[in-house]
Design a protein around this ligand. Structure first.
Ligand code: ADP
Length: 326
């Protein structure tokens, strides 16, 4: 039997994502409901190392469910990569009696949590907070749905100007090494082609398809490129302009707007459910797992299996892109 948890800490670490606040709120309120004391650790692992830890009450998390960003702020912390830094972090937790942690972040943050927990025997539960959806063991991550919807809204706007001028637009979306934002937003906006790191890009195929479309006077096209694809948007634009000089090509890089904004209903729900289950897990004595969602059911994966995994992208998705973009 593991000992009863009394005080928990919550932190957001690594890249931020919309919905992190909703997750913090759920952790705080579920913890307090169960009679736990809840502490907020500022700026990811940095706050643990530098002793920036605050008490959180129910009221501290009022009016944040709809806000993007994270009230606890987030950071990347070099000191935590070293044993000495983690020891300092441990001392700062023990002087407050914090005996459980909830880490909201990506696979890097989970790796840190796993190492820390092995060294100092503090149970850790992860919540996947990343717009990239690049963590195996969960169908969705907190922030992905909001990021995709932001991308869709922006791409729709770009399409209006593309349509007015008969232009080909190459739009780069975020996602680090994963193509999910590109794939989902590309299908949802009727893109002509979607370039993702999980698939090899056949540049000749793209040129041939555009040439054929040009012949039949279909000049308005959108190509969505994931930032992690082997071809950057600018490189792709140069290659196309070189081979098809009569086409008017423009590049638009959506950038950090995809990280901000009010979380969608889906992200708020996901964050609330995951935050609740993170605290329940700690109380039940579940250690060193992250909470995911598979087929709409909670799923627990050991933190050390959360290595960034390129999830399998079904051929069906790529067929849909091809068939619908005629
Ligand atoms: P993400 O969680 O978004 O993947 P990072 O990979 O940048 O982001 O990781 C966030 C933080 O987690 C790092 O700055 C570091 O403090 C901690 N971390 C990551 N990997 C390790 C590791 N191998 N050992 C200790 N801490 C780590």
């Amino acid at each position: 039997m593991s000992k009863k948890i009394k005080r928990i800490g919550v932190l957001t670490s690594g890249g931020d994502s919309p919905g992190m606040n909703a997750a913090i709120r759920a952790v705080v309120r579920t913890g307090i409901y169960h009679g736990l004391e809840v502490y907020g650790i500022m700026r990811g692992y940095s706050g643990m190392v530098e002793d920036e830890i605050v008490t959180l009450e129910n009221r501290s998390v009022a009016n944040i469910i709809q806000r993007g960003g994270t009230i606890l702020k987030t950071a990347r912390c070099k000191e935590f990569m070293e044993y000495e830094g983690r020891k300092k972090a441990y001392e700062n937790l023990t002087k407050r009696g914090i005996d459980g942690l909830v880490i909201i972040g990506g696979d890097g943050s989970f790796r840190g949590a796993q190492i820390f927990s092995n060294e100092f025997n503090i149970p850790c539960i992860g919540l996947p907070g990343t717009i990239d959806k690049d963590i195996a063991g969960t169908d969705f991550t907190i922030g992905f749905d909001t990021a995709v919807n932001t991308a869709v809204e922006a791409i729709d706007k770009v399409r209006d100007t593309a349509e007015a001028h008969d232009r080909l637009f190459i739009i780069e979306v975020m996602g680090r090494d994963a193509g999910y934002i590109a794939l989902h937003s590309g299908i949802a906006t009727g893109a002509e082609n979607i370039l993702i790191p999980e698939r090899k890009t056949d540049i000749n195929d793209i040129i041939a398809s555009l040439a054929e479309k040009e012949k039949r006077k279909k000049l308005v096209n959108l190509i969505i490129v994931a930032e992690g694809d082997e071809f950057g948007a600018n490189e792709l634009s140069s290659l196309i302009s070189e081979k098809l000089p009569t086409l008017e090509v423009r590049v638009c890089i959506l950038g950090h707007i995809q990280r901000g904004g009010s979380p969608t209903c889906m992200d708020r729900l996901l964050a609330s459910r995951m935050g609740y289950h993170a605290v329940e897990s700690l109380i039940e004595g579940r250690h060193n797992v992250f909470v995911g969602i598979l087929n709409n059911k909670m799923n627990y994966t050991p933190l050390n299996e959360a290595v960034k995994k390129k999830q399998h992208i079904n051929d069906e998705w790529m067929n849909i892109v091809k068939i619908l973009a005629t």
